[in-house]
Ligand binder design. Structure first.
Ligand code: ADP
Ligand code: MG
Length: 257
C-alpha cells in the first residue's frame, strides 16, 4: 500500500549565496508521497539553484534538506538513491547510443549489467523509445531526448523525481506525451518537484504551486485554489500579476501607442 501521508522531501529555509548576492532566500518545501509541487518564476528567480541544493549538486549556504529522512548534505549518495533528476540540460553522453546511455546510468547505482539492460528495456518501452535503443543521440528529436532523460532518471526506481523546465522548447505534441508519462508516474505514487514557465503544464501536473521571484517565495498554495485566492482567473495570470509583468507590459504598450 502506498502511504500518501509519508513525507518524501523536506527543505527548510534554503539560502544560496554567491559572494554578496543571494540567489535563494529562505525557500521551504514539503512534499508528500505521490504529490506534486511546481515552482514557477521568471528567469533568474532561483528555481534551478533551489533544485540543485535539493539534489546535492550545489552546496547549501544555510538551511537543511532531507529526502526520506536522509540529510542530503551529510549523506548525498544515499539520498540520491531515492531521486531521479531531469535537469535543464540533457547531459546525455553523445558518444553512447540510447541503450548505452541507460545502462551507463544504471551502473552508477550499482545495478548489475544484466538487470540494467532489462530495466532499460522496460523504461524505454514506457517512454516509447524501445525501437530507438540503437540510435545515436544526435538522431533523436528534442522530444525524444527529453523522454530518454526521463527514462534514465527512473532507472533507480526513484520515489521523487525532480524536473527543471523539462518541456521548455518542446512542440505541443511532445509536451503532451511527456505530461502523460508524468501523470502515470504520479498515479504509481512517485512524488514530483518541477519547475516550469507554463501555466497549462502546472495546472495539469501540480497539486501545489509556489511562485518565486528574486530568490523569494511570493505565494504558494493548491494549484486549483490559488488563482481565485489571489484574485486571478488562472495560474498564468496569477504568475504574471504577482511577478509584476502586467505593469511592465502596460508601460511597453504605452510606449508603443
Ligand atoms: N554559479 C553561479 N554563480 C553566481 N551566480 C549564479 C550562479 N548560478 C546562478 N547564479 C545566479 O543566481 C540567480 C538564480 O539563478 P537560477 O537558479 O539559475 O534561476 P532560474 O533557474 O530561476 O532561472 C541568477 O541571478 C543567476 O545569475
Ligand atoms: Mg533555471
Amino acid at each position: 500500500m502506498v502511504n500518501f501521508e509519508e513525507i518524501v522531501l523536506t527543505a527548510d529555509n534554503l539560502v544560496k549565496q554567491y559572494g554578496t548576492f543571494f540567489a535563494v532566500k529562505n525557500i521551504s518545501i514539503q512534499l508528500k508521497k505521490g504529490k506534486s509541487l511546481a515552482i514557477l518564476g521568471p528567469n533568474g528567480a532561483g528555481k534551478s539553484t533551489t533544485l540543485k541544493m535539493i539534489y546535492a549538486t550545489t552546496a547549501i549556504t544555510t538551511g537543511h534538506v532531507e529526502i526520506k529522512g536522509i540529510d542530503v548534505e551529510t549523506n548525498p549518495r544515499e539520498a540520491k538513491r531515492h531521486i531521479g533528476v531531469v535537469m535543464q540540460d540533457d547531459l546525455l553522453d553523445t558518444s553512447l547510443n540510447v541503450m548505452e546511455n541507460m545502462v551507463a546510468h544504471a551502473i552508477l547505482f550499482d545495478i548489475p549489467w544484466k538487470l540494467a539492460k532489462k530495466k532499460a528495456e522496460r523504461l524505454l518501452k514506457f517512454v516509447g523509445l524501445l525501437n530507438y535503443q540503437k540510435k545515436e543521440i544526435y538522431e533523436l528529436s528534442g522530444g525524444m531526448r527529453r523522454r530518454l532523460v526521463l527514462a534514465r532518471a527512473l532507472v533507480n526506481n526513484p520515489e521523487l523525481i525532480i524536473l527543471d523546465e523539462p518541456t521548455t522548447g518542446l512542440d505541443i505534441q511532445s509536451r503532451h506525451v511527456f505530461w502523460n508519462k508524468l501523470e502515470q508516474l504520479k498515479e504509481k505514487g512517485v512524488s514530483i518537484l518541477i519547475t516550469s514557465h507554463y501555466g497549462e503544464e502546472i495546472e495539469r501536473l501540480a497539486d501545489d504551486v509556489m511562485i518565486i521571484n528574486h530568490g523569494e517565495k511570493i505565494v504558494s498554495g493548491p494549484t486549483k485554489l490559488l488563482p481565485a485566492q489571489q484574485g486571478y482567473g488562472n495560474i498564468e495570470e496569477t504568475y504574471l500579476g504577482l511577478t509584476g509583468y502586467t505593469k511592465e507590459h502596460e508601460e511597453i504598450e504605452q510606449t508603443l501607442s
